[in-house]
Design a protein around this ligand. Sequence first.
Ligand SMILES: Cc1cc2nc3c(=O)[nH]c(=O)nc-3n(C[C@H](O)[C@H](O)[C@H](O)COP(=O)(O)OP(=O)(O)OC[C@H]3O[C@@H](n4cnc5c(N)ncnc54)[C@H](O)[C@@H]3O)c2cc1C
Length: 407
Amino acid sequence: MEVLVIGGGASGMMAAISAASMGAYVTVYEKEEVPGRKLLRTGNGRCNLGNKELRTDYYHSYDNELIDNFFAKFDEDDTIRTFRSLGLIIKDIGGYFYPFCEQAAVVRDVLKDNMLSYDIKLHTDTVVTKIEKIRADKFLVTTKDNSKEFDRVILACGSYAGLDKKDRISGEYDGYSLAYSLGHTIIPVKPALTGLKTSDDIVKIASGVRCEALITLTKDGSYVGSEYGELQIADYGLSGIPVLQLSHYVGVDPEGNYELKIDFMPGMNEDDYISLMQGRMLQYQGMSVSQFLLGTINMKLIELLLKYAELDPEDKICDETEDKVITLVGLIRCFTVKIKGTRDYTHAQVCSGGVPLREIDDNCASVKTPGLYICGEMLDVDGACGGYNLQWAWTSGYIAGRAAASR
Ligand SMILES: Cc1cc2nc3c(=O)[nH]c(=O)nc-3n(C[C@H](O)[C@H](O)[C@H](O)COP(=O)(O)OP(=O)(O)OC[C@H]3O[C@@H](n4cnc5c(N)ncnc54)[C@H](O)[C@@H]3O)c2cc1C
């Protein structure tokens, strides 16, 4: 059985090894000079490659109910077992899986080494430009240099996320276009796990601030989701894990009227907060509002919130300012920022959308073109931060490889 894997990224390398371990002759075509380039950047170079708490609700897909079928075949324990058999020891840091050495490059090299051991032919600098189904069990695959026949083809071309414009294959050669040419539909592809843009004063005044926050995303005033963690205020808008986790919703509906409500003192219950602030209002009577807030939240945030409460830093805590001070106290727990959209693909960790899950079976086999398999981020599955996207790459790659190698 001659199997071609198109794309030597996370899912493609896993698919290639899985197919070769079943006895198939495997070739990988990779457009870059080296395989697994994106993998090198994962987890800030440490590669968060899975998570102990694997649940469907950590994933987004139009066909969410189908995701479990894949994890039933290859889950987080299989990730640990499979990598161990390939030579990589994994450790669990608070539920997040990392290679023991905490080096993404080692994950890539272990996969690459295993491809060599299995005699997998890796062709780098090789862009697939066309795939044709020429007979019942034969594909003709064309690259910039030649055309060759294969029995089975696995598409593992990934998404646009994290790629500079110059590195993105435009139009007809990207994985989505190749899948489309073989009868698949494509759910619109959007950046996910990325920062959110805003032009509100928060970026002018508080850029550079990193603070603990509870953030709540609303659309047209209705609740969409909440996340807690480190909020990062940047010159373009907001970032940090809680923002990334919510960015999916904004990405899929960029025209939506989104707002983020930020609680800068999360974890404190409302009664404790009110009595704390009432106590401080008494304690700081006759002193300035900036003294009143000094020692609570970040100084740049104080400057921001004073502006929104229409208070001058030197205004005194007194009867005349009481209403504005109450507004100020409220803003600390609920500061609203208007969202203009997500950052672009280059700054995203994954993309939402892609080939619908209902267009493959639970072996990752195309229901449109027999003999074709699809895995990884090309499929309409995007996970939360925390190793969920690589878990999807290993799961779908492993399943696609095994199935493609079977008669
Ligand atoms: C900065 C960053 C950090 C991340 N950190 C994490 C993390 O810590 N944990 C986690 O779970 N996920 C993380 N991710 C997401 C994760 O890297 C991806 O979900 C995963 O790599 C997807 O695997 P894939 O095989 O589908 O695609 P990729 O790994 O992108 O591989 C696709 C490959 O196909 C090749 N290709 C494309 N088109 C063609 C063609 N026509 N011909 C030949 N080759 C082609 C590409 O060059 C590429 O090498 C991160 C992403 C980024 C950008």
